[in-house]
Design a protein. Structure first.
Length: 272
């Protein structure tokens, strides 16, 4: 039982909330039952699992502890106060894991000729990035492509917002130039989300291989996407706001792709 706030492991985990430290150690913090379960079920390796039984919500935590331990994680019990120091705040459920960062490049990913992808360019807020990953997993997309990243996909807030989807769907990193070239070389139609077009999102054909591109919260997609995408599409806005949150917009577009594919007589129950 770890009881001291000065314990070396407590301090080490607390420091991982800083990106510089995470990148130096190539580690990621995974908080919460659902995210950790998703990592374990998808064979994502865990180094350590810290547990605080006093904070458990239900009766499934101990089974998860056994799963993680059987998969190679070192399980350690922590008192409530030091456990809170190790977390990034918010709702606590007594489970926190430390795992290696496993980064994947777009150039090493084989394209699916019927695939559905979402491209997130220069997203700045980790919560938005995590939510996009969660939505992409929700529709069964093939991958999330993060181009010219401005935030860290392994930020604890991104991991938390993804609800563990970060470990169940391919998350690939690239430059915008690489992403555009990869899509073109593999015959994937790129749809750029923008308010500056007359084409409604429902008018685009998303039944074939499609990559939906969304851009920064403040400025949207870069000039490269606006000029080189196959089509620019917009969401209708009937109130005073001129745009949706980027994660919400990505979700609407992804589910439009699902709607179209379900109406296709060739649909086999998947989005790809």
């Amino acid at each position: 039982m770890i009881t001291s706030l000065q314990n070396k492991r407590v301090k080490t985990v607390a420091r991982l909330h800083k990106r510089k430290v995470r990148d130096q150690q190539r580690k990621v913090i995974i908080e919460g039952y659902r995210a950790i379960l998703c990592a374990v079920e998808n064979q994502y390796p865990l180094d350590e699992l810290y547990v605080c039984p006093a904070l458990f919500f239900g009766g499934n935590e101990r089974a998860l502890m056994r799963q993680a331990e059987n998969a190679g994680a070192r399980v350690m019990q922590v008192a409530a106060e030091p456990f809170q120091k190790m977390t990034c705040g918010g709702r606590l459920d007594g489970l926190l894991a430390v795992a290696p960062q496993i980064r994947r490049s777009l150039r090493d990913h084989p394209a699916d000729p019927k695939g559905l992808y979402v491209i997130a360019e220069s997203i700045a807020r980790p919560g938005n990035l995590g939510s996009i990953v969660r939505s992409a997993d929700g529709v069964g997309a093939n991958a999330v492509i993060i181009s010219d990243p401005r935030t860290d996909v392994f930020d604890p807030q991104a991991v938390r917002a993804s609800r563990g989807a970060l470990f169940s769907i391919a998350v690939l990193e690239s430059s915008t130039r690489q992403a555009l070239s990869w899509c073109r070389e593999n015959g994937i139609c790129t749809l750029a989300a923008s308010p500056h077009t007359s084409t409604m999102y429902t008018e685009a054909n998303m039944r074939e291989a499609t990559a939906i591109a969304v851009g920064t919260e403040q400025f949207g997609l870069s000039k490269a996407w606006m000029e080189r995408a196959c089509m620019c599409v917009r969401l209708p806005m009937f109130g005073q706001a001129d745009s949706l949150n980027v994660a919400v917009a990505a979700t609407v577009l992804l589910y439009e792709a699902v709607r179209q594919r379900r109406l296709d007589p060739r649909w086999d129950g998947s989005t790809n």
